[in-house]
Design a protein around this ligand. Structure first.
Ligand code: LMR
Length: 335
């Protein structure tokens, strides 16, 4: 009995000493993002982390920090570039100061459907964007692109149906200059605010309205502090999944391969998940409007959409110095 007790003590002592030292040796991959877990990016970041953590058996551990717990918006790009975090997936708009050409994805009514975005990021333009990241030498490696969905407009001033309805309305926008020009072109005002501040800004009247996808609106309850929401599908929201270049370069080749393979698998699933969540959370917003009677929903007919398109499309030609005109032309030729 004494011997058994002694052996048990030795075993416990070994565990106390060995387990933390094994954990301490695990290399951290900190993945920071600003949205809720139940969004396309939130889901994909967790799925990626789970798969990597299993495949690499705890030698490398991906920890996801959602909801801007670590860094908000543009800060995440700086933190990643400086090596304070290893991974992030900011939306295209957040790269305005680092890779401004990514504002391509903020162009209103440029992508007729999600499949067009996939043709772009999986094709020649995607390769050219990858090359830009290398050329800029910011210490940021572009790993893949993830979708959210198309954005919807909402406001507390009046229903947003025709261009004149936007006049004088103050909208929260992401940090993109293209989005600022988009709002100005409609006669509205775009105020660049971090995602984490949108709910309060809407509730306190700092801004009258916003544009975002159904999943971002629903999970952050923006629809509960808005009176009118139009399913306008006027612009795309998507992400560049990035990694600290030095961290990547130091990874053993087999670990790089595992991470890239998992990321590609998750990217395929993420595209599907993004479609599902957009539908699901769009429906939840509609149900909320029906039940609460505090929110009115509007769907645009083809003529109304065409009128908005006409008013917003001039933005496509205003950024030729930062967003290659040939990209825009190529995309317009895509079916
Ligand atoms: C926003 O700021 O509205 C979005 O970029 C948030 C996100 O990451 O989807």
């Amino acid at each position: 009995m004494k011997r058994f007790f002694f052996a048990l003590c030795v075993l416990i002592l070994c565990m106390v000493m060995v387990v933390p030292s094994a954990m301490a040796k695990a290399k951290k991959i900190r993945f920071s993002h600003v949205v809720s877990v139940n969004t396309p990016k939130g889901w994909a970041a967790n799925e990626f982390a789970n798969r990597v953590n299993i495949a690499l058996k705890g030698k490398y551990v991906v920890t996801v920090f959602p909801n801007a717990q670590l860094y908000g918006d543009n800060q995440a790009i700086e933190a990643l570039s400086a090596g304070f975090i290893e991974m992030a997936a900011p939306s295209s708009a957040k790269f305005v100061g680092s890779i401004p050409a990514l504002q391509l994805f903020d162009m209103p009514f440029l992508f007729p459907k999600i499949e067009t975005v996939h043709k772009v990021v999986d094709g020649k333009i995607g390769d050219e964007i990858r090359a830009m990241f290398i050329k800029r030498g910011l210490g940021i490696k572009l790993m893949t692109f993830w979708d959210n969905a198309f954005k919807q407009f909402s406001s507390n001033v009046r229903p947003l149906i025709k261009p004149a309805d936007f006049k004088g309305v103050k909208f929260r926008i992401m940090s993109s200059d293209v989005l600022e020009a988009q709002m100005a072109g409609l006669g509205g005002v775009g105020l660049k605010l971090p995602f984490a501040e949108v709910y309060n800004a809407l509730e306190q009247g700092v801004v009258d309205g916003q544009e975002n996808t159904a999943s971002n609106i629903y999970t952050k309850k923006f629809h509960e502090v808005q009176k009118y929401l139009t399913f306008s599908n006027h612009g795309y929201l998507g992400y560049a999944v990035i990694m600290n270049q030095k961290f990547w370069d130091k990874l053993p080749a087999d670990v790089q391969k595992t991470i890239s393979t998992i990321l590609m698998e998750v990217t395929v699933l993420e595209r599907q998940k993004a479609i599902e969540l957009d539908k699901e959370q769009g429906t939840l917003i509609r149900s909320y409007a029906k039940k609460s009677k505090r929110l009115k929903i509007y769907d645009l007919d083809p003529a109304q959409t065409a009128e908005l398109q006409k008013a917003m499309k001039p933005v496509h030609d205003k950024f030729s110095e930062v967003v290659p005109t040939k990209w825009i032309k190529e995309i317009k030729m895509m079916k």
